[in-house]
Structure formats: C-alpha cells, structure tokens
Write a protein that binds this ligand. Structure first.
Ligand SMILES: [Zn+2]
Length: 296
C-alpha cells in the first residue's frame, strides 16, 4: 500500500465516520417525527421519599381540561421518561419519585405530550386510511395524488387511466378474486413507473453529463434505488405512488453515484448541481412511512 493509498484510506475512514454520525442524526430526526423518541426529566432525589406502588399502573391526570390517561412504570432509572407509543403516553419513573412529582413533571411536559399524542393519532388515522379496500371507489396513491378505482365486471379484462378525472377503470371478469384486481393494478403501476423513469433518467443524465449502462425497475422491500459502478441503475416501482419531485430526487441521487460512489459532501454537491431542490424532496421521502402505501 503506497503512502497515497493509506492517506486515502484514512480519509475515507474519516468520511465514513462522519457519514455514520450524520445518519445517526437523521435517524433521530425521523424517530422524533413519529413520536418514537423518549423525553426525560431528571428530578433531584430527595431523601427518603418513596411511593409504595410498584409495577405498571394505569393513571389519569387532568390537563388542559382533558383527562389524560397514562401508564406508569417504576424502574431503577434516575430520570422520568416520557414515551408516546401506539397505546398512548407511558411514563417510567424511579421508585422514589412521588405521584405528585410525576404529575408535576407531566404538567411541565404537557405541550410536548399533547403535540405528540395528536401526531400519533393522525399517523394512526393515515395508516388506517391507507389500508386499501380494493373495491369500487377505493383510492390509490399515484404521483402524489390519488386515483379513484372504478371496478367493472366485464368478460374481457382491461385497465384504463383517465388522467383528467384521476380515475382508473379496471374491467375484470365476473367473480374475480380481489387478488386479480391487485395484480392488474400492480402491473399497471409498474408499467407506468418504467415509462416515467425512462423519461426522467435521460434528462438528469444529460444535466450531469454522464451515461448509464441500464435502468431497471425493482421491487426491493426497503430500497428506493441503487447504482452499481458499472452504471446499472435500479429504481423501485413503488416510487410511482409519490410526487414527481421525489422521483426526480431519487433519480438525481442514483445518477450522482456515477460520479461519487459514496455519500460524501462532494456527492451531495453533485446531487444539488443537477437538482437544487433535492433537500426538500429528500425530507419528504423520509417522512413517507411505507405503512402508508397499499400492499399488493
Ligand atoms: Zn446513495
């Protein structure tokens, strides 16, 4: 290994360390958006004040004229932890903190608690809305909008998209199973995705002055796109559910890897050079929980 090589190795080790830090920060932000992060208050330990109750207890407190239910757990920790989960507010407190002190801590944190609870409620609502019914009148997320499904029984199967009315008419033979509707819609979405990606890719490739080997549509579970050093780019067909700015961001991102095979500052500058608004789209993509997408 030459001196230059080892310098590069050290530099890339440092770069990946920084990247790791950035990723960790982004993850925190993501968790916070979905109410997954815990907030703490560290009380001063007074001498000999012990609440006799142990274990998990359901309690209530009156906050802003509303009854707030919470679950109280006792633990060996030193701080009072606040967590908003699917079940609501959960508080974990040291055994020596009195209920009066806990209630005081809740009052101090009430703005955070109320905001997070309503965020959680909204998130659950969105998730429920997104559970597709696959019947006439159902709504399908498409390019950041919704298409209304019209399901018609006809001997000959077909699918027709009315782009003006945002209607997708699916004709299926009588007594078809729900899965047949799903399969038809999925095939249509995949075909739309491929068509759109093939339109957008050359635009951004040209802006960057690169050429790619191939573009294929993937069904990866958690990956929106990928790029190999041979220039083979894969894009997830499910991006078709999102608005065009998100799709463009993923395309710009993968193409930029043809210049920078990493996620360094230089890489992001490359993305920005061909897609200046990328930050906004990147944030939007991160906020889209996959739970909000229909399952096929
Ligand atoms: Zn990347």
């Amino acid at each position: 290994m030459s001196a230059e090589n080892s310098k590069n190795t050290a530099r890339s080790a440092q770069a990946s360390l920084i990247q790791g830090l950035q990723r960790a920060l982004q993850l925190d932000f993501f968790n916070d958006l979905f109410g997954g992060s815990e907030q703490v208050i560290t009380p001063h330990r007074p001498p000999n004040r012990i609440d006799p109750a142990n274990g998990v207890r359901k309690r209530q407190i009156l906050i802003q004229d509303q009854v707030l239910d919470y679950e109280l757990r006792r633990s060996k920790r030193r701080s009072i932890g606040f967590l908003i989960g699917d079940e609501g507010l959960r508080i974990t407190a040291p055994r020596w903190v009195t209920v009066a002190d806990i209630e005081q801590a809740i009052r101090e944190k009430q703005h955070w608690i109320i905001a997070k609870l309503s965020e959680k409620r909204e998130q659950n609502h969105r998730r429920k809305e997104a559970t597709m019914r696959w019947e006439d009148g159902a709504r399908l997320p498409y390019l950041g909008k919704h298409l209304t499904l019209h399901i018609r029984e006809q001997s000959r199967a077909s699918i027709y998209h009315d782009a003006e009315q945002d209607i997708l008419t699916i004709s299926i033979p009588p007594d078809s199973h729900e899965q047949q509707i799903k399969d038809r819609v999925k095939a249509w979405l995949q075909q739309e995705a491929k068509h759109l990606f093939n339109q957008r890719m050359p635009l951004f490739a040209q802006r960057l002055g690169v050429s790619y080997h191939s573009m294929s549509v993937s069904s990866a579970g958690t990956r929106w796109g990928s790029c190999t050093s041979q220039g083979k780019i894969r894009l997830n067909w499910r991006l078709i559910h999102f608005s065009i700015d998100i799709i463009d961001y993923v395309i710009a991102h993968e193409l930029s890897h043809l210049r920078e095979m990493n996620h360094s500052a230089k890489f992001w500058a490359t993305v920005e050079s061909i897609y200046p608004e990328y930050e906004h789209a990147k944030r939007k993509l991160r906020q889209h929980a996959s739970a909000e997408l229909p399952t096929f």
